[in-house]
Each structure stands twice: as C-alpha cells, then as structure tokens.
Design a binder for this molecule. Structure first.
Ligand code: FCB
Length: 460
C-alpha cells in the first residue's frame, strides 16, 4: 500500500535515469557487506581455534621466582557494616538477595582482619588482594574519614609484619550511596568524585602499596546494574551502557595518572573477567562470530581503550562458556535468569585458562590472575580445581605469557552479592553464628603449592 503511494511518476523517472548508478550502489553494498562478513568469519574462526599445548613429563611444575600466591576479597563482601554503600539499601529491598540474606556483619573481617592475616600466613600466602571501601573513606560527599584510612593502614601494617604483599583495589562493585544518588557513572561530571577519592587514598597510603587496581570488573557492574538489574541501581536500560563504559574508562585513566603522579614505581592495573567463550558447534559460522564478539565486547573492547594506562592486567577466569545458537533462539521465550543458568553452558574447564591467557598475548603486559575460584557446591574438589588450573598457568608461562601471581577467590566464605551466603568460595569456612574460622581440608594443598612455588604434575 505504502509502496503504491510512493511509487509515482516522478519516482519512476528518477529510477529510470539512475538505474545504472543504483545498481552499482547495490553491488558495492553487497560486496562491502560480504567481504566484511567474510573477514569477521575468518577472524572469529582463527580466534576460536584452540592453541593447545603438550604436557610436561616433569614430576613438579616450577613457577618463576617471586611468583605471588594469594587470595582475594572485596570489602563489601567480607567487612560487614558498610551502611553508606549503595548495596546496603539495595539489599534491604524485598527479593533482591537470594534467601533474603543481608550482609550485616558479613565475615566480620573489618574487626577480625588480624586473625585473618594470621590464617593467610598459615596458608603460606605471600600476597593479599583486598579492596578499600569508598563509602567508608567518604561516607558523605566531600567528607573524608581519617579514622578509616588508619584502619586500612593497620591492615597494611599487619600484612607487612607477616611478609604479605598487598594488592589494593580502589573500587570493587560497591559505591557510596551519595555517589549513586548523584547519578553514579552515568554522569561524566561525577568522575571528579572518583578522582578526589583516589587522590585521598593514594596521598595517605601510597608508600605502603606497590600494586593498585583502579576498579574491579566494570563490565560486570554495568551488565548487572543496568541490564539484568540484579545489582544496584537495579535498572534495565541498555541505552546507558555506552555512556557508562565511556565514563568508567575515563575514570580508570584518571586513577592511573593520579597514582603515578604520587608514585612512579607503582604498578597500576584493572581487574577484568574473561570466560573461555567458544562455539558449541565448531563449524557453525554464527556461533563462531557470536563467541568472538562476546569475548570482545565483554573483555577486550575495554582493555584496548586503556592499553597506555595499564601496567598489568588483572585477569579473572571462572569457566568455559559455550555459545549455542539453538540456545540463543530460545532467549526470546525465556527470562534472562533462565537463559543464564540453563541454555548457556558454563562449565569447569581448566584448559580454558590456558587458552584465555594465550588470547592476552598481544597486550604484551604482565598478568596477575586476580580471581579464580569454586564454590563448595560444585562437583569438583577445591584442591583438584586449583591444581588443574595452576598447571595451565604453568603451561602459559612456558609459552612466554608473563604471569606474575595467582589470587584464589576467596579467603573466607562471604556475601556473594545477589547470591547471598549460598555460594561459599572460601578457603576458610566461617560459622555464621559464631564467626569462628576453620581452614577447609581442601585448602591445604594450595598452602603446599605456595610453599614450594610449584604444583605437582603426577596424575590425580
Ligand atoms: C567476581 C567478583 C567477586 C565475586 C566472584 C565470585 O566476578 O569480582 O566479587 O563475586 O566473582
């Protein structure tokens, strides 16, 4: 009908005269599209091809001298009582957190950190990755709390007394409530608040810290906070993603510059997650392109924007993620939750860590594995999980990847964001009623590994 109305004599004449040019234009479009698609297909297939490696016959696989063995935590998940955080209010809302859990005193790490450092020492850890809670340091806009700085200074001194090197994250998912109220990362003008916070922390603590992480998994923050609405601010607004991304990238760059202005020798990085995304059917073009694109959008797009402001990359690896077109087709009939837990096959796959590390080769930067862990409910024992992944780290180092440290996620059973207290990733069990700590049996092998700076290669 519409076509009939538009297709009048004038148009007919126009088409008649310009027929040749229109045809050329259409052919050019077709060629551009086809060659672009062909290039993307070629690139995706190449990208998804596994590198693989031979197995060593050595009985033990030795790690480079000075390798860092640690565990990682995030302030909001372990400290407790972070009442000025955007998470605090969020978790009081009905239905936000599994089983209606609340952080409350979490793992009481804010109070019990000395005992926790002792436990790290018993586990032979020589490094500890933890985060500083912005909402403690600056509970109200522009009001900085010197006592909280002293608290973190004490944590740093306690670590130093045991020879444990700190790696400090400046923002790990939780934000001051006032910052979110002002529009958080949605507003470019707010980057200046992050700069003020970073400057304050760095001015006070930079002499005690060599390894800094400006932010933890900004992509997870964006996707859970603004797409799936699982985290604060609980929105579903895909149109904000681009702006958020631009602002966090800018904030990272400013953080990097501020830290270096105060300490040229410091190493500054970012922590990003990378699953091993692979096509479910090896030869399926759409799945290959989708796997490549997901990995690019989720991890590498952001990293590529900041390569000049990165001394190292903090890599998180948890699972292999199969991309299955049949499952994508189902997406339209499913809620995002069902899609994530059902159709997307996320599986335990240590070799994926090797492959992911190889995908980072071109950055030519040192890498710390700043998170990798498994919850208690998984079918794999934690000691086997750690051992098998570490073998893959060893093989990547043999291939020339400069991996300098490994941080198991996490030290203590703690508050796992919207999963509440159900997902227990800790090396150490925390009794929720008494706060008593017990090192789990499956954690001792990691202590041995750290002690010998090597992992056994004998079959399990
Ligand atoms: C990572 C987060 C960390 C924890 C683990 C299980 O993505 O950085 O806080 O939730 O997952």
């Amino acid at each position: 009908m519409n076509l009939y109305i538009c297709y009048n004599d004038e148009m007919k004449n126009y088409l008649e005269i310009n027929k040749k040019y229109i045809l050329i234009f259409l052919i050019v479009c077709l060629v551009v599209f086809t060659s672009g698609f062909a290039r993307l297909t070629y690139k995706s297939f190449r990208y998804n091809k596994a590198y693989g490696h031979d197995k060593s016959n050595d009985e033990t696989l030795n790690f480079p001298k000075g390798f860092l063995w640690g565990t990682a935590t995030a302030a909001y998940q372990v400290e407790g009582g972070n009442v000025y955080s955007n998470w605090w209010d969020f978790e009081q809302e009905e239905g936000r957190i599994k089983n209606g859990d609340r952080t409350d005193i979490a793992a009481n790490h804010y109070v019990m950190y000395k005992q926790d450092v002792d436990l790290m020492n018993q586990l032979n850890m020589n490094s500890y990755r933890f985060s500083i809670e912005w909402s403690r340091i600056e509970p109200k806009q522009g009001e900085f709390d010197a006592e909280e700085i002293e608290h973190y200074r004490d944590v740093l001194n306690t670590l130093s007394a045991k020879g444990i090197k700190p790696m400090v994250t400046l923002w790990h998912h939780s934000l001051p409530y006032w910052f979110e109220d002002l529009g958080g990362w949605e507003r470019q003008e707010n980057i200046t608040y992050y700069e003020e916070y970073v400057s304050y922390v760095v001015k006070n603590l930079s002499s005690e810290v060599d390894l800094w992480i400006t932010m933890n998994e900004p992509m997870a923050y964006i996707s859970c906070g603004y797409i799936s609405a699982k985290w604060p601010p609980g929105e579903q607004d895909i149109w904000k993603v681009n702006r958020l991304l631009k602002n966090v990238i800018q904030a990272h760059k400013r953080g990097y510059e501020i830290i270096h202005a105060s300490d040229q020798e410091a190493e500054v990085g970012i922590a990003e997650h990378s699953s091993y995304a692979v096509p479910y059917h090896k030869n399926n073009v759409i799945e290959n392109i989708a796997a490549y694109s997901i990995d690019y959008i989720w991890t590498h797009y952001l990293l590529e924007q900041i390569t000049d402001e990165l001394d190292f990359i903090g890599l998180h690896y948890y699972y292999r993620q199969y991309i299955n077109v049949a499952a994508v087709k189902d997406l339209f009939g499913q809620s995002l939750d069902e899609f994530e837990s059902g159709s997307m096959d996320r599986s335990y796959y240590p070799q994926g860590l090797f492959e992911v590390l190889m995908r980072f080769e071109d950055y030519n930067k040192p890498i710390y594995i700043t998170e990798l862990g498994v919850p208690d409910y998984h079918e794999i024992d934690r000691d086997q999980f750690i051992r098998e992944h570490l073998r893959e780290v060893y093989y990547a180092i043999q291939q020339g990847i400069d991996v300098r440290g490994f941080y198991y996620w996490t030290l203590l059973d703690c508050f796992e964001w919207s999963e509440g207290y159900d997902a227990e990733f800790g090396l150490i069990d925390v009794d929720r009623s008494t706060m008593e700590r017990t090192i789990k049996d499956e954690s001792w092998e990691y202590a041995q590994i750290a002690n010998c700076n090597c992992v056994s290669n004998s079959s399990d």
